[in-house]
Design a protein around this ligand. Sequence first.
Ligand code: ZN
Length: 244
Amino acid sequence: MAIVIRLVEFSESSYVSTLFTEDFGKITALAKGARRQKSPFENALDLLAISRVVFLRKSSSAMDLLTEARLEQPFRAATRDLTCLYAGYYVAELLQTMTDERDPHPELFRSACKTLQSLNGSQDVGIEVARFELSTLRDLGHLPTFSECVECGVSIPLNGRRVSFGQLAGGVVCQRCRVGKRHVVSLSSNAIQSLMQLSDLNSSRDAIELTATVRGEIRGLLNGYISHLLGRRPRMYGYLTQLR
Ligand SMILES: [Zn+2]
């Protein structure tokens, strides 16, 4: 199984496709004839489609060759609204920029599939995006700590007071460790609590409700944190301002 995360025109008739596969991680494969009217792949190579694929692995220097692709789940969010569409593009961008070629992350694959499915339906886009970002961070070993100071380990009480979060440190920091740190933002207890809930794999999707203020705080935090990790702002942030 694979998610189509990028398509680049290759020749008159072909695409170079980037696929995030369940078993092999990200791969780049040539899809011969995919741009023809009667493509052998039909809709299985539409952007963000989830498809069953067969490909031939080439040596490290050559591109893999896609030989078969059969559509399992189309990405229909475009017909819902633009924010859903952009959220889908953002999922593709994170998979593209945060994972390496041929580095399998089956958990992340499943969480991306679930997110695309939810974007096809009527789920809350802001919540879906935040959940996907947090599960990506968890899978790649970058999930911030929300309950203990990331520096000294002391537990941080959520008693309605504001909490400091170190963007570079990668988590909440206590008042003592906060001193002299750069790139520290202040968050409400509610925002931290919601982030813990959103990153909890067992929490039910329906149980989460976010006020506009908390939404804004969470967007600001995740935007800053992911930009720090990548060393630049993801391209899709400009299109996702509605989620604030
Ligand atoms: Zn501390």
